[in-house]
Design a protein around this ligand. Structure first.
Ligand SMILES: NC(=O)c1ccc[n+]([C@@H]2O[C@H](COP(=O)([O-])OP(=O)(O)OC[C@H]3O[C@@H](n4cnc5c(N)ncnc54)[C@H](OP(=O)(O)O)[C@@H]3O)[C@@H](O)[C@H]2O)c1
Length: 278
């Protein structure tokens, strides 16, 4: 038997993705990781920018040349802009709000591009998995924001909404492909000391200095990436882990908005439209 194959996105230094990749390799998985730029010496890797459709397509093409199946996709890449940009909507060049474009649309774009390889694995072994690394903060997300209705901007709501939409996406994936053996698991990884809170501070030296000062305390109060990764790796392999929302490695109830099936249908239609507009 060849080793099971995994792709882990967002494996920059000190990230949850990097710790997950390390743990999977230790467990005998054949792992490919992504970051946007800096190379990752310890792993096979390829650049990936979720906010760029050409980059997603290039990554999927590169992977298809390497292997025809993937048993596990861990979608860990993500951003949360906070301190510096809470009430000013940061848009990307294509006009989309940055959390929506990166965390939701980018992740769906990638998962869709890798679906044939996931289904090949599912057909061969009866078990392929997609882990969307979401957040307890999906509870801050709203159906209005998710469906593109006008809302007052708040980056916490925008972040939460991108994660809320991923919880819905996982449910749609499981509904459509679960019978073939694809499990889709949106998981809150815990409160973890990583680089996530550095985003948005690049041009704000005072806030950056304050954050650096608070870093030792943060490290003591939060989980390490390794401790968080242990939960995600359990979900990657545990035969008992089924599709649905998890908090660390325990099944949990997502927000009411995450269970709204009418909203899910509207989101699916909106997403499909975006995916087909090349
Ligand atoms: N840390 C927490 O407490 C916490 C809590 C709940 C949920 N989460 C979620 O956990 C996941 C991992 O975050 P983390 O805490 O490990 O943060 P992190 O250290 O900032 O890692 C995030 C990774 O995402 C990558 N990324 C960012 N924008 C990207 C883009 N446009 N395209 C491709 N990759 C991109 C980064 O790549 P580069 O290395 O190229 O910059 C980085 O490797 C995120 O989805 C986050 O929302 C984290």
């Amino acid at each position: 038997m060849s080793a099971p194959r995994a792709i882990v996105t967002g494996a920059g230094r000190d990230s949850i993705g990097r710790a997950v990749a390390d743990a999977l390799v230790a467990d005998g998985w054949d792992v490919v990781v992504t970051t946007r730029g800096s190379s990752v010496d310890e792993h096979a890797w390829h650049p990936l920018d979720l906010a760029d459709r050409a980059s997603v397509a290039a990554f999927a093409g590169w992977y298809a040349d390497r292997a025809d199946r993937v048993d596990l996709l861990v979608n860990s890449a993500g951003i949360h802009l906070d301190l510096g940009s809470r009430w000013t909507e940061p848009q990307l060049a294509d006009g989309y709000e940055i959390h929506w474009r990166t965390n939701y649309l980018g992740t769906v774009d990638l998962t869709t591009a890798l679906l044939p390889a996931l289904l090949t694995a599912a057909d061969a072994t009866g078990d392929a998995r997609v882990l969307h690394v979401v957040s307890q903060l999906h509870e801050r997300g709203t159906v209005d924001a998710m469906l593109g209705r006008p809302v007052t901007y708040d980056s916490w709501v925008a972040y939460g909404t991108s994660k809320l939409a991923l919880v819905h996406h996982a449910a749609s994936l499981a509904e459509e492909h679960g019978a073939r053996g694809l499990r889709a698991i949106p998981v809150h990884p815990g409160a973890v000391s990583t680089n996530i809170a550095n985003r948005g501070l690049e041009t704000r030296p005072v806030l950056r200095r304050l954050r650096n000062l608070a870093r030792p305390l943060e490290r003591r109060m939060l989980m390490t990436p390794e401790a968080s990764a242990a939960h995600l790796v359990r979900l990657a392999a545990d035969p008992e882990a089924v599709s649905g929302y998890y908090r660390k490695s325990r099944p949990a109830e997502p927000s009411a908005a995450a269970l709204d099936e009418l909203a899910r249908a509207a989101l699916d239609a909106r997403t499909q439209e975006w995916l087909s507009a090349r």
